[in-house]
Design a protein. Structure first.
Length: 316
């Protein structure tokens, strides 16, 4: 038995080390390609042309990168989803609905309320919060550099941004679920038990500051990131949270099952990645459901609600 255990350990070590080497080689190859072929040529040239066109006006560059570009990404993506939510078409989108029979079609009165609130949060909270952020970033001295960060460094930053957001969002999100705060703050967001994309920033102003905006801003502030990195991160964060709330488990996109289940059950799945939920045991109920089995990237065209359906109810 001792020899078998030793052989198993050697095989495991060999498989793990080989896999690690292959993964490292792949990452380095992709990073080299992005840095030397894509980012190193096209993006650097494009950035310098834009920088010179703006005559190095840092405030205008910051507004475009940190406000305009992410806003266009958010409303461009959600505009497509809103067409499906309101009209029920195209069926290529609506057939992937997670909570079947919900928002089919969406309540237009409730929808307009969500849109007005989302716009208000962006105009009167998110954008003003960029003012102090601008001066903090300016003090770092790297944010408006004429030289873009390397693609490898951007990947490092992206990893740190993600970890910081996960920690801050998880604990602030659990905080606003406290009975004392929930009734006055977080209940607004949970008016949607079957969420849609625009609901991702449909929230009380205090929640929008503490749980939505600060967790995303903190990473770039800590790292003193370049405005291009900030713009890419803000856009990615807004589109990702829209996917988490969209109500559709679409092919080849990240799974929204985790956060959709949170809106359905309220006391499960507080985080973004699910790591802290696993450590704190706030995903135990979720892990016992069909939604957990569906919580993966859909690589085909058959909706997971069809391939992994809910079990029939007892009275059926």
């Amino acid at each position: 038995q001792g020899e078998k255990l030793w052989d198993a350990l050697k095989i495991s070590a060999y498989v793990f080390s080989t896999g690690l080497l292959m993964f490292t080689a792949l990452v380095n190859s992709v990073s080299w390609f992005m840095q030397n072929i894509t980012l190193g040529n096209f993006w650097q040239t494009a950035w310098l042309e834009f920088y010179n066109y703006m005559e190095g006006d840092e405030w205008t560059i910051f507004l475009i990168g940190a406000a305009l570009v992410p806003t266009l990404a958010f409303w461009g993506f959600n505009g497509i989803l809103l067409v499906a939510d309101v009209t029920g078409k195209p069926t290529f989108i609506t057939r992937y609905r997670i909570q079947l029979g919900k928002n089919d079609p969406v309540d237009t009165k409730k929808l307009w309320k969500a849109i007005y609130t989302a716009l208000g949060n962006q105009l009167f909270i998110s954008f003003p919060m960029l003012v102090p952020m601008f001066y903090i970033m300016q003090s770092w001295g790297n944010t408006f550099s004429e030289e873009l960060p390397t693609f490898q460094w951007f990947l490092v930053e992206l990893s740190i941004f993600t970890v910081v957001e996960e920690i801050l969002f998880y604990y602030t999100h659990r905080l606003v679920h406290h009975p004392v705060l929930y009734k006055y703050i977080h209940k607004k967001h949970h008016e949607w038990t079957a969420p849609i994309g625009v609901v991702s920033i449909y929230a009380h102003p205090i929640e929008h500051i503490v749980s939505n905006t600060l967790p995303v801003m903190t990473g770039p502030i800590i790292m003193g990131s370049h405005i291009v990195s900030i713009s890419a991160w803000f856009s990615l964060a807004l589109v990702t949270t829209s996917i988490s709330h969209c109500g559709y488990h679409l092919p080849f996109l990240p799974s929204p099952e985790f956060h959709d289940f949170h809106h359905l059950k309220f006391n499960q799945c507080y985080g973004v990645l699910g790591v802290l939920d696993f450590l704190h045991g706030t995903d135990r109920v979720f892990r016992q459901t069909k939604a957990f089995e569906r919580h993966k990237v859909l690589l085909g065209l058959t909706p997971l609600s069809e391939s992994i359906p809910e079990p029939p109810k007892k009275d059926e």
